[in-house]
Design a binder for this molecule. Structure first.
Ligand SMILES: [Zn+2]
Length: 306
């Protein structure tokens, strides 16, 4: 009898040890999954911004096109392409913004990289420039569009990382609420604008203008590298004089030469309107982001159009 008791006790001890041991292994597995973050490549700042807001600490995010570099004509190096193939996700704007991205997508398929064209589902507008078949790629400049683009990122994240679904959804809700508030604030303010025309540095505010009942007259075309003809400049000067326009918009990273020429001609001034193609590291360190840039824009618009 005593022998049997001893055997049972030993058996119990053995079982407990095994369960504990098993738990230890499982715990290590969980920790491993938690610590391994996703590697996400994004093309330029607004894509980097929405990816970061939704994934937070669950992902390492690379912004491929650095701040201050002209995003309309940038192309990746072979080294960047090789790194991209080893990532979990590639997020781009689309709608013709990153022509190079459209070329490399076929190359990326089969490498297990989730490809996200964020402008999918956005109501695209046609370019008013020379290429009539092309769409205006500046979808993100309208906060309501950026919300659609962020939703596409959310759906893609859930698809590849289902475990963190609720986490991503909550982060998306916070971002969507910020974008909705921004949209409402701009909508309310724009109702007070007496002047409805904005003279922009390049054709980046089409979606913004459409959303808030404004007319955009771009000095340059879709890409800031195009130069306006003297006739075009004269035409804009006349339009400003006829419509009592006193402020010409310029933007960071684009030569303000032509904005200055027009402002001089009309005896007006130059203000900044930032289409958020890029934010410098310093600006990000200072706490600036897409939302603060758009509120700065609203300040400029109120000064120019009220
Ligand atoms: Zn642009």
């Amino acid at each position: 009898m005593k022998k049997n008791y001893l055997l049972i006790i030993m058996l119990i001890i053995f079982l407990f040890t095994c369960v504990a041991c098993d738990r230890e292994i499982n715990k290590k597995d969980d920790d491993y999954i938690e610590n391994e973050s996703l590697k996400i490549y994004t093309t330029f700042y607004p894509m980097y911004y929405i990816a970061g807001e939704i994934s937070q600490e669950k992902a390492d995010i690379v912004q491929m096109i650095p701040a201050g570099v002209e995003p309309h004509t940038w192309e990746p190096t072979l080294k960047t392409m090789a790194e991209l193939k080893n990532s979990n996700m590639f997020i781009y704007n689309g709608a013709g913004m990153e022509r190079w991205a459209e070329k490399i997508i076929d190359n990326l398929r089969g490498n297990n990289v989730k490809i996200v064209e964020t402008s999918k589902g956005v109501d695209l507008i046609k370019s008013e420039g020379n290429n009539h078949d092309d769409y205006d790629p500046h979808t993100w400049v309208s906060p309501e569009n950026l919300k659609i683009q962020a939703k596409n990122v959310l759906d893609a994240l859930i698809e590849i990382d289902k475990i963190n679904e609720e986490y991503y959804k909550e982060n998306y809700r916070i971002l969507a609420a910020k974008l909705d508030k921004l949209h409402e604030d701009i909508k309310k303010a724009s109702k007070q604008f007496k002047i409805k025309t904005i003279i922009t540095s390049h054709e980046a505010f089409g979606y913004f203008a459409k959303e808030y009942g404004l007319v955009q007259i771009p000095i340059r075309g879709m890409s800031p590298e195009q130069e306006p003809s003297p006739a075009k400049l004269a035409e804009i000067v006349d339009l400003c004089l006829e419509n009592n326009i006193k402020y010409i918009f310029t933007e960071k990273f684009v030569n303000p030469k032509f904005s200055n020429i027009i402002a001089d001609e009309i005896g007006g001034d130059v203000l900044t309107l930032n289409a958020a193609h890029g934010l410098s590291d310093d600006e990000i360190k200072e706490g600036q982001d897409y939302i603060t840039v758009m509120y700065d824009n609203l300040n400029s618009l109120e000064k120019a159009l009220k």
